[in-house]
Design a protein around this ligand. Structure first.
Ligand code: NAI
Ligand code: HPV
Length: 568
């Protein structure tokens, strides 16, 4: 970065050079610099401004300028899920607990429309910003196509997202969030309920009694105590089932190829014991239903208790459901009052958070960025996007960029710098100006890949006592031609960005006066700061080009740490 924190650059540096060799004051006037600040809305340390060296042609004079308001910065970070000042419309297509609806109503217009046909859903979705579903709504590619440009969030009020086309969601930049914790106990309890009901033939005995029979010897059951329960999938539900089964005196073994070894001891299921009993409260797809019918017929499987099916609802004449040794419930695992209230609140908060521009902790198709990481990276997010925007506008033909190398100079070790957000914003900056595609954290990597844009990243370690996560971000683009001959050095365009700045009273008047004295008309002025009396930034548009004296006078103002003049 040529301009250091203390440099006041009037006619700045060789275009896009990352060199720090020459002072910006000594450089040719035809190559301007630009300083950008993203206001600090996330509690990032107050010294932060984004500085970008660039070349432009439109007349614009910049002394510590504001790039984004608080909300705008949030929008940038938030995958474009913010819908401006209008109240967002949230479609709830399956029954959701009242407590969740109340949370949603505080933010937006909530439309509850149940049992929609696929066509009706597509029609309705075109006016909606968010959609909340359970397992009964198929959120297909067609739904995302119909919601294109408007649908920003799909909330799954539960765990399983197999009814949502995640690939399509990602391609359309639509965030998918779920509610992964609130129905765990309900599902585990349902598993235990099915286990006990199956062991004691509760369903069959009940049906027979209601049919006027009294068949005590037919429905002799089996005891659970001392039996072995194999839990397939030792996640949230599986481990709660295991705890309860142990309480019933069962021996519990678990199989989970992905669970940490200390959580699940792998068990071999090469051959099931004859007379095994199977319970499924996960998903129909985990069991081959035809094979299960055969196994039930042959007696290898004595009984099955099923809450979930490959096709829901299953066909009325389903051999599996009708089998006398099968008890079945219509996907009721999560259906307790308590779980549904919990799930409703969990998903409503996730959707509201997403619509408010926060990255969700339960995002399914976007990288999770911890709040503290988000907070400290906030100023760099705006910087990254601007660097991308500048890059693409400098390259002839706009779409000519095929690969970008991003160099992060940081005192942090590579493992302590999460650059996914910054990379996504660079991609956003590069692609959005030249296409109609909305790019965000959800789809950035996908869109880049689809367009053949390769992004490589390098983290360069620097010694620094500052606790900033990033000292500078540099974008390097090789083998491109520029609209501005001076932008290319040795076949490469290189743009640097950095952060810092100061807020103090009187700056607007001071700078305005200097310009006025030179008869330079101000066409716009935008000011912002990280926080009160902290770092600030100001952008001024001018109708006439200020002369050298005016620029020098501005540069001489003590509080101006750095300023640049640029023609866009
Ligand atoms: N019936 C119902 O109403 C409900 C059903 N569910 C379903 O229950 C299942 C479990 O939910 P959670 O425990 O919340 O999810 P989870 O993600 O906490 O646990 C799933 C576990 O399955 C393991 N797993 C994945 N592939 C496996 C394989 N091939 N063999 C063995 N284990 C495998 C994973 O490593 C993970 O530990 C999900 O399918 C979910 O959709 C959840 C809640 C209610
Ligand atoms: O959370 C899950 O994965 C479930 O299967 C619950 O489905 P539901 O919300 O009851 O349609």
């Amino acid at each position: 970065m040529a301009s250091s924190a203390s440099t006041k650059s009037i006619f700045p540096s060789p275009l896009f050079s990352s060199s720090s060799s020459s002072s910006s004051k000594s450089r040719s006037s035809k190559i301007p610099n630009l300083s950008f600040l993203s206001s600090n809305t996330f509690g990032t340390k107050p010294n932060d401004i984004n500085i970008i060296k660039l070349s432009c042609q439109q007349r614009c004079f910049v002394v510590n300028s504001v790039l984004k308001t608080v909300d705008q910065t949030k929008q940038t970070i938030s995958n474009n899920v913010v819908v401006g000042n209008e109240k967002p419309t949230i479609l709830v297509s399956e029954k959701l607990g009242e407590a969740g609806l109340q949370v949603l109503r505080k933010l937006g217009n909530v439309v509850c429309a149940y049992d929609l046909s696929p066509e009706e859903l597509c029609t309705k979705i075109s006016t909606c910003d968010a959609l909340i579903v359970r397992s009964g709504t198929k959120v297909t590619r067609k739904v995302f196509e119909a919601g294109k440009g408007k649908l920003r969030v799909v909330g799954r009020a539960g765990v399983g997202i197999d009814n949502v086309d995640l690939q399509a969601a990602t391609e359309f930049g639509c965030l998918v969030v779920n509610a992964p914790t609130a129905n765990t106990i309900a599902a585990a309890e349902h598993g235990i309920a099915l286990l006990a009901a199956m062991a004691r033939n509760v369903s069959q005995a009940d049906a027979s009694l209601k049919a006027g029979k009294w068949l005590r010897s037919k429905y002799v059951g089996v005891s659970m105590v001392g039996k072995t329960l194999a839990v397939m999938g030792f996640g949230k539900v599986g481990s709660e089932v295991a705890r309860r089964a142990k309480g019933l005196g069962m021996n519990v073994i678990a199989h989970d190829p992905y669970a940490p070894a200390d959580r699940a001891r792998a068990a071999a299921f090469a051959k099931m014991k004859k007379g095994v009993r199977i319970i499924n409260v996960a998903r129909g797809g985990v069991i081959d239903e035809d094979a299960l019918v055969k196994a039930l017929d042959s007696g290898i499987v004595a009984q099955a208790a099923l809450d979930v099916f490959t096709e829901e609802p299953p066909a009325k004449d389903s051999k599996l459901v009708q089998h006398e040794n099968v008890i079945a419930t219509p996907h009721l695992g999560a259906s307790t009052k308590e779980a549904q209230e919990g799930v409703a609140i969990e998903i409503a908060e996730a959707v509201v958070g997403a619509l408010n521009g926060e990255l969700s902790a339960t995002a399914v198709n976007a990288p999770m960025v911890a709040p503290e990481v988000l907070s400290e990276l906030a100023p760099y997010v705006a910087l990254a996007e601007k660097l991308g925007r500048l890059a693409v506008q400098l390259v002839s033909g706009g779409s000519g960029i095929q690969s970008i190398k991003v160099v992060y100079r940081s005192a942090r070790g590579p493992d302590n710098l999460d650059t996914r957000l910054l990379r996504a914003m660079i991609i956003k900056g590069v692609i959005e100006p030249i296409s109609n595609t909305i790019v965000n954290l959800v789809n950035a990597d996908y869109i880049a890949k689809q367009r053949g844009l390769r992004i490589s990243e390098e983290k360069v370690a620097v010694d620094s006592s500052l606790e900033l996560p990033v000292e500078s971000i540099q974008i390097q683009i090789s083998n491109v031609e520029s609209k501005f001959a001076s932008a290319v050095s040795e076949g490469q365009i290189s743009i640097d960005g950095k952060v810092k700045q100061i807020d103090q009273p009187g700056m607007i008047g001071l700078v305005g006066n200097i310009l006025g004295q030179q008869n330079v008309n101000v066409s716009f002025m935008s000011v912002g700061r990280t926080s009160r009396r902290q770092k600030a930034i100001m952008a001024i548009g001018v109708d006439e080009e200020p002369n050298k004296e005016a620029l020098e006078n501005i540069g001489a103002v003590p509080a101006v740490e750095e300023f640049v003049f640029l023609k866009l």
